[in-house]
Design a protein around this ligand. Sequence first.
Ligand code: ZN
Length: 435
Amino acid sequence: MKQRDSQKWFWPNIEDEEQLKEIQLQGLKWTVSHAYNNSPFYKKRFEDASIKPEDIKSLDDLKYLPFTTADDLRDGYPMPLLSVPENKVVRIHSSSGTTGKRKILCYTQNDIKDWITFFARCYDLAGVGPGDKVQIAVGYGLWTAGISFQTACEAVGAMAIPIGPGNLDMQCQFLVDLKPNVICCTASMALLLSEEVHRRGIQDKINVKKIIQGSERCSDAMRRAILENFNAEELFDITGLTELYGPGAGIDCPYHEGIHYWADYYILEILNPETLEPVGEGEIGEMVVTTLKKEAAPLIRYRTRDLTRAISGRCKCGLIFPRHDRILGRSDDMFIFRGVNIYPGQIDEILSMVEGVSSEYNIILERQAGKDYMTINIERDPMGDPVWDDEIEDKISLMIKKEIMVSAEVRIVDHGTLPRSQKKSKRLFDKRNDK
Ligand code: ZN
């Protein structure tokens, strides 16, 4: 570890990859036996799979463990996976499922401490500490985001401005009056707020240098727009999901060559979402996580549905912690069009390479006379001239044909005409089974 890291309370002293693996093995053994002995849900799952805690002898044995899914959390409502007596639970959080019941997750005191510890590493990697002012524009209350961004911010000694999401007027006022140099929000909110800053012409009255944004896929074009509108210097991607504590599970370092994740707190597998076998080196797959220290609601091979790929080798920053790529979409969002598996992140990547269009687009799938059609609506760049629309449309169609091997109808629309959202923007509209 680097000198700087080991001096701070939230960085562990881990010498090399071997030591990290040993920590993982101990954590895995503990988790499996903790879950087996204290959770009726896990006990039954293990018994159905004919697995006993003592069968886990190496990290390689992870592959024999059964998967856990979002459905399991809903079936066990309200306290699924509970593995401690209820009086050890000091907090709950909840996320709205896109379908059906909410997911409720619970935390012991140790879980909360662990969460703050690794979240503090995220701020530290982003260079946030004493003297920094952090505008926290994410959801509070039942959501995991607000409180974790705030407690970790205070824990590293920075000033928290807990403003919450929405309310662009107040956001802008605080940006001008208190001059925070860091803002934390979702990518959609970052775009919305940065466009508002730009629209109001207050760029020279604010001081946003860094954006820490989470929980959403964000194209390079969207990143550029956010940085330019804020006149900011750096953008960090923070990962996390409610089931895995919440935000703070990983972040990119100043080299921005992938997201470091806290492998002393969880094991990450990247698996083919259909076969559930490991993908080849560097291939895209679903993130499957197993926690190593979580007490109240441990996760064992939890299918996150998030897609990414592993990045091999040690990062230039020297940090021992491994990396994965940005979140490239959700395996649920993966759609099959004329026999080809496509995820929206692939479309993002292509659109990001084209000049004259903005980051905002949507994909519409329709069926006519038994045949599938794809239309991609994309906003013209605010400075763009409609005279180039035809040419750009053709160019994008051609690139999609070449990269993804499908045909799509591309339409450029006026800037600002596609719906914006402060939460996650919906990109895909599949109307193929609509009447
Ligand atoms: Zn790094």
